[in-house]
Design a protein around this ligand. Structure first.
Ligand code: FE2
Length: 428
């Protein structure tokens, strides 16, 4: 007998009337109209069953610290970094752990079951690293947390920055990070990319670097990152996060750059909520959107995913761990409003994000982890439009969260009582 059978589900690829059978922590079968005995059967009523959301770019050591010690008045990336610098000496490990655990609760409730978090390694005490390693261990039964050694203040710009980063790796941090655009010069930025990629190659680690998070079109560290990935045989193991300078680069240069990025197997993570908020702050009007060239990168064959980046921290006062909100903003900022574009933005917070994160067992095929989310939506496009309620969230066969459907009961004058699901479907 099966442990769980979900019937009458719509899958992200558009297949309807699908059943999904679960045995233990694995998907035993996926087929139309399966009729097999199971300990629990859930009728999806034609709603969307999707693999879990994944956030490939987050800062969990800073999350939920909004207002500490003060709010970012200019709204810029640089004031955010300065503000984080003011907060760091006041941080206590138990506070970081408490806030991170609270955020992970939010995440699971929204079907977000895998997060890659950068963790600041600039301070030699490595207090955030210790705290986040504890969080990783504590959430392991319900959430996959990857940690990136992130030298927030610049690995070369900070005294002892490389030693601290190496120590963080020795302590158990998974991935090598960097921030070349924050080093003192372009040359030092390029040097940091080279050294950090070499370090990753030596240690057999993945690379995920904050890369060119600036409106400066001459910030071209993505070129160096692609070159180093290829030189060191790290194809498919390197990610460039943000890459916002690409928004402002000359079109001719980008026409040369995109094939180089594709050839190097470097993936790119854009952070629509944060890029639209932090970039363009030095502009008057017109104000640049700042997000990297998502549809063009995708068309060039680059794996592009979306991250949340920040929730209620020195850089961003909003957010709730909702990756559909991220995808929704991505649709708008990248103007990916076609049906295919909206579906690509959904992929950016599911399958593409899982690919960037090298997650094993991800997906809705036979043999994959029995991890999925039932959404109050008829398909992927509707899920993004409504930022649909996550009715049920399962991880490896176990139900972790349920949320009541979003239904308004209307009693309008002159009308019989009715309900509103906001579920109007467009003609196709
Ligand atoms: Fe970031």
């Amino acid at each position: 007998m099966l442990d769980l059978l979900i019937t009458n589900a719509t899958l992200p690829d558009g297949r309807t009337g699908m059943s999904l059978a679960v045995q233990g922590d694995r998907i035993a079968d996926v087929a139309p109209g399966l009729q097999v005995p199971a300990r629990e059967t859930v009728d999806a009523h034609g709603q969307l069953l999707a693999p879990p959301f994944c956030d490939p770019h987050f800062h969990m050591d800073a999350t939920l610290s909004y207002g500490l010690p003060r709010v970012n008045e200019s709204g810029t990336l640089l004031e955010g970094i300065a503000l984080w610098g003011e907060l760091k000496p006041q941080l206590k490990a138990e506070d970081i752990v408490g806030r991170a655990l609270a955020y992970c609760d939010w995440a699971v409730a929204r079907g977000l079951l895998a997060i890659r978090s950068h963790v600041d390694t600039s301070d030699p005490s490595l207090l955030p690293v210790e705290a986040m390693l504890e969080v990783k261990q504590r959430v392991a039964p319900y959430l996959d947390l990857q940690l990136v050694a992130f030298p927030q203040d610049g690995v070369l710009r900070t005294k002892g920055g490389m030693e601290s980063l190496k120590k963080a790796l020795d302590m158990g941090v998974d991935i090598v990070g960097g921030i070349p655009h924050f080093e003192r010069t372009m040359a030092q930025g390029a040097e940091s990319v080279k050294l950090l990629c070499e370090l990753a190659a030596q240690h057999g680690k993945l690379v995920d670097m904050h890369c060119d998070e600036t409106d400066d079109p001459l910030s071209r560290h993505i070129e160096t990152l692609a070159f180093e990935a290829q030189r060191l045989g790290l194809q498919g193991r390197v990610n460039g996060s943000h890459c916002t300078s690409m928004h402002s680069m000359d079109n001719y240069y980008v026409s040369k750059l995109l094939p180089l990025v594709a050839e190097s197997g470097v993936s790119v993570v854009a952070n629509p909520l944060i890029n639209i908020t932090l970039q363009g702050r030095h502009d008057t009007y017109p104000k640049r959107r700042g997000m990297t060239r998502v549809p063009e990168l995708m068309a060039a064959g680059v794996t592009v995913a979306f991250g949340h980046d920040c929730v209620m921290d020195p850089w961003y006062g909003m957010g709730s761990g909702d990756m559909l909100e991220v995808a929704h903003m991505g649709v708008h900022v990248a103007q990916m409003t076609s049906q295919a574009g909206i579906r690509a933005c959904f992929d950016a917070v599911t399958t593409n994000a899982a690919k960037v994160m090298h997650l094993e067992g991800y997906g809705l095929a036979k043999g994959c982890d029995a991890s999925f989310v039932l959404l109050q939506a008829g398909d992927v496009v509707e899920a993004v439009r409504l930022r649909a309620t996550r009715l049920h969230v399962w991880r490896r066969g176990k139900k972790l969260a349920s949320t009541a459907p979003d239904v308004a009961n209307l009693t309008l004058p002159g009308r019989p009582p009715t309900t509103d699901f906001r579920r109007a479907r467009p003609a196709r």
